[in-house]
Design a protein around this ligand. Structure first.
Ligand SMILES: C[S@@+](CC[C@H](N)C(=O)[O-])C[C@H]1O[C@@H](n2cnc3c(N)ncnc32)[C@H](O)[C@@H]1O
Length: 255
């Protein structure tokens, strides 16, 4: 993020109004109840201020506004009760899904989202449809082994990412920056071969055992799928490229 802010964030001047007050607006999409979001905001602000002061030596100090977004059922009470006492920014909560518009046009300078965009807006319908070749019987996730299931999840991920990118493209000012941190799969690795995938399969097999014992119905287990998708870096890069609203600067992969 530091590098991106230093090298890519092109703020001509955030003091666009005549009052000469410079307001820099940041939004965290999928902030949860803290504290990770506070640390992320602190780091972003540090880098933004450094860049601003290096670029505009004699300009008025930046005023910072941070918008914390999450779904309406998020625990915003805990988030705001634990807000650091001496934060340098004006904080505001923005409830609602990030798969649609949440801000007026051209109001944000920097958008970030960490460990949130792998949550799909919904489970793809085909995977719970008994008549579909993508019916995901016996599994609660997109493990990657059944091609039709993987296709259905991948299509849902693409639709969701497109909606996210389209909405943010309206909200972020030209020259602004977006940082996405998302869990994904190294090329050629299936979800079922990852730690998270193994855990989900194990959890699914517990539910199947419970159905066998008659604790819950088999139908209920069959109808349960996690709205979760780990894409490869290549898949995500292609979505961003085809969407066309954002110029991709860099993809960093960590294992
Ligand atoms: C694993 S937490 C990540 C929290 C924090 N960003 C971090 O990096 O630790 C994922 C968050 O994404 C939120 N989320 C999932 N889908 C969302 C959506 N469609 N719109 C807004 N928030 C969403 C969840 O409610 C949850 O708080």
């Amino acid at each position: 993020m530091n590098e991106g802010i230093k090298e890519t964030l092109a703020f001509k001047s955030p003091c666009s109004d005549s009052s000469n007050i410079c307001t820099f607006r940041i939004a965290d999409f999928g902030c949860s109840a803290g504290p990770n979001t506070f640390l992320a905001m602190e780091k972003i602000i540090e880098a933004v201020e450094q860049k601003y002061h290096a670029q505009f030596q004699n300009s008025p100090p930046l005023e910072l506004q941070v918008f914390f977004n999450d779904v309406t059922t998020n625990d915003f009470n805990t988030l705001f009760k634990t807000l650091p006492l001496y934060q340098k920014y004006f904080a505001a909560g923005v409830p609602g899904t990030f798969y649609g518009r949440l801000f007026p046009k051209s109001t944000l300078h920097l958008a970030c989202s960490s460990y949130s965009l792998h949550w799909l807006s919904k489970v793809p319908e085909e995977v719970v449809d008994k008549k579909s070749p993508a019916w995901n019987k016996g599994s609660i996730q997109c493990s990657g082994t059944a091609e039709e299931v993987a296709k259905a999840y991948s299509a849902q991920f693409k639709t969701d990412m497109d909606n996210f990118l389209n909405a943010r493209a309206q909200e972020i000012i030209g020259g602004g920056l977006m940082v996405i941190i998302i869990p994904g799969l190294p090329d050629g690795i299936l979800m079922s071969q990852t730690g998270a995938g193994i855990f989900n399969d194990f959890f699914g097999s517990c539910l199947i055992d419970m159905a066998k014992l008659g604790v819950i119905s088999e139908e209920k287990v069959d109808s349960f799928n996690l709205p979760l998708y780990y894409s490869s870096a290549k898949e995500l890069e292609e979505i961003i490229k085809n969407n066309g609203h954002f110029f991709k600067r860099k993809v960093l992969q960590h294992r």
